[in-house]
Design a protein around this ligand. Structure first.
Ligand code: ZN
Length: 178
């Protein structure tokens, strides 16, 4: 397995729209393992392939306390959503920033597993937030897009400044970054 480089906002490659995976094979399974290792190491609770500059619709997640319940989603799509909830979000591609975002409180989604078999999942709370956040990544959307222009510009300037000042010792990402 390998640790992959995570792109940081405002890198334009984070705006790429990911393509569906057409065929499940060992290359995809290997990539998902690398993404999980990268996510655990960061540390974070979710990672989309777009964030490691791979334009495929792949997501990994683990919201368990013991970090022993990895979730691999291939070609995930939201079928239904309900309610509304606001919670603080962070992102491995926007390190050190946490802002409130309003999303659906619950969702029903469909994805393929690592054998290429479709499955459905209903989620609420943190898992629902995480799934919506990660599918946004696959469509080139970031959580900062839900903030005001002014706030987003401030975040962009802050991250650009930090990247210039100390690329080597970026601030450690907090545990809930997705
Ligand atoms: Zn993210």
């Amino acid at each position: 397995m390998a640790i992959l480089d995570i792109l940081h906002f405002p890198d334009p490659r984070l705006r790429n729209r990911a393509h569906p995976v057409e065929r499940m094979d060992d290359r995809i399974r290997h990539l998902l393992d690398d993404m999980l290792e990268t996510m655990y190491e960061a540390p974070g609770i979710g990672l989309a392939a777009t964030q490691v500059n791979v334009p495929l619709r792949l997501v990994v997640m683990d919201i368990s306390e013991d970090k022993d319940q990895p979730l691999r989603l291939i070609n995930p799509e939201i079928l239904d959503r309900w309610g509304e909830e606001t919670s603080d979000e962070g992102c491995l591609s926007v390190p050190g920033i946490y802002e409130p975002v309003t999303r659906a409180q619950g969702i029903r989604m469909r994805a393929l597993d690592t054998e290429g078999q479709p499955f459905e999942l209903e989620a609420e709370g943190l898992l629902a937030v995480c799934i919506q956040h990660e599918i946004d990544h696959l469509d080139g959307r970031l959580f900062v897009d839900y903030l005001s222009n002014l706030k987003r510009q401030r975040i962009r300037k802050r991250l650009e400044k930090e990247a210039r000042q100390h690329r080597a010792k970026a601030p450690a990402a907090a545990a809930q970054a997705i």
